[in-house]
Design a protein around this ligand. Structure first.
Ligand SMILES: Nc1ncnc2c1ncn2[C@@H]1O[C@H](COP(=O)(O)OP(=O)(O)OP(=O)(O)O)[C@@H](O)[C@H]1O
Length: 372
């Protein structure tokens, strides 16, 4: 969670500095549609951050975030993830190197203007406690000078998107929400201006573990829908592989150990540090990511009657494994598999699941270099 002395409430930093700026007139408002999206992505070029006390948090990190992808930055505590993220919106000024957002050097952009077009979500959300949910979500659109109706429409749109309809939740205050709901308001606020870039720093850290998985799934769906370029900081490998289109594994000093697809990082760790970090759970995580495919099926006629409940093509191998493990001995460990239309297309056993896992690992093998 960063240095104990470091200001962590980045949203309030951001919002406070936003609020300190006079609101421009409506002519500075972005066009209503289509939303601005990155075309070349975000490029970190040999970025370095030495804090005033001499701590070198990040030493020469080069990394590209592709337009429209979710890049998960993962690594042990103190390895420089938050510092890296905050250099993108200049909540932390870099010591040397360059950060380019769609080819534009961020040091040439006014930091307040930069933050207004960059969504930012943090663990403790930073909602203003004395303002309603609607007013919190409306903060940046209002600062951008959007007219009243446009603000109202957008607030209700993003609250719908995060599953908190304005008519039920809009008038509540943050203390009248659960932790997970507050977190979703934080996401709605970050999305209010439909920013091309969304930075998320441990966004689920304050949510209890039972609710976290659910919230991650909801946010994954939202991110897939909005098309912003997202950098997500987490120390949780499960979260990184579940939400990231690619995963960048960092070690101390912001050293890039590997950047690749989640399956590649799990099945083919590029270094011992990645292997240690990914840990003993790699196979379980792969089971959750890889899916049942036709290649792994055997003939449907092998299913022992009465047929057990089927598994769907495209279900995760973890789900298929649960189904096979729950079978009575009389079934001989075989489940029927159905397609989208419910037609039985084959049968699956534990051996088929293992075959699927190996196939997924082979398919994720890096072609030439460990970074893809
Ligand atoms: N303001 C600061 N002044 C001095 N050192 C700092 C400051 N902020 C962070 N650091 C140090 O920089 C290093 C990287 O910190 P950073 O918060 O970027 O790591 P992190 O990977 O996000 O950690 P965590 O997962 O614990 O949040 C750490 O050694 C930290 O103590």
């Amino acid at each position: 969670m960063g240095h104990p002395g470091a200001p962590r409430s980045g949203v309030s930093d951001g919002v406070d500095s936003l609020a300190a700026m006079p609101a421009p007139t409506d002519q500075s408002a972005p066009p209503a549609s289509p939303p601005a999206r990155l075309t070349t992505g975000i490029e970190l070029d040999a970025v370095r951050k030495a804090y005033p006390d001499g701590t070198v948090a990040v030493e020469g990190l080069s990394l590209t975030v592709r337009p429209g992808e979710v890049l998960a930055l993962v690594g042990p505590s103190g390895c420089g993830k938050s510092t890296t993220l905050r250099m993108i919106n200049r909540l932390v000024e870099l010591t040397s190197g360059r950060v380019l957002v769609d080819g534009e050097d961020v040091t040439h952009v006014d930091p307040v203007a930069l933050r207004r077009r960059t969504g930012y979500v943090i663990q403790d959300v930073g909602l203003l406690p004395h303002r309603t949910v609607e007013a919190n979500v409306a903060t940046v659109p209002r600062l951008l000078g959007w007219d009243r109706q446009r603000v109202r429409d957008r607030v209700s749109e993003v609250l719908d998107l995060v599953g908190l309809p304005a008519d039920r939740y809009g008038r509540r205050y943050p203390h009248q929400l659960s932790g997970g709901e507050r977190q979703r308001v934080g996401v709605a606020r970050a999305l209010a201006t439909d920013p091309p870039v969304l930075l998320m720093d441990e966004p689920f850290g304050a949510v209890d573990p039972e609710r976290r998985r659910d919230l991650q799934n909801q946010v994954a769906r939202i991110l897939a829908e909005v098309g912003s370029t997202v950098v997500l900081v987490t120390h949780d490998v499960d979260e990184a592989v579940r939400l990231g289109d690619r995963v960048a594994v960092l070690s101390r000093g912001g050293h890039l150990e590997q950047v690749a697809s989640p399956l590649t990082v799990l099945a083919h760790p590029a270094t011992d540090r990645v292997r240690d970090f990914v840990g003993a759970g790699a196979h379980q995580r792969m089971l959750a990511l890889a899916v049942v495919q036709r290649e792994d099926l055997e003939d449907a006629s092998l299913v022992v009657l009465p047929a057990p409940p089927p598994v769907a093509l495209g279900a995760s191998l973890a789900e298929a494994f649960e189904a096979v493990a729950a079978l009575p001995t009389s079934s001989q460990g075989r489940v029927p598999v159905v397609d989208d239309g419910g037609a039985v297309v084959g049968s699956l056993t534990a051996a088929g699941i293992l075959g699927g896992l190996r196939r997924a690992a082979d398919a994720a093998a890096p072609a030439v270099s460990p970074a893809d």
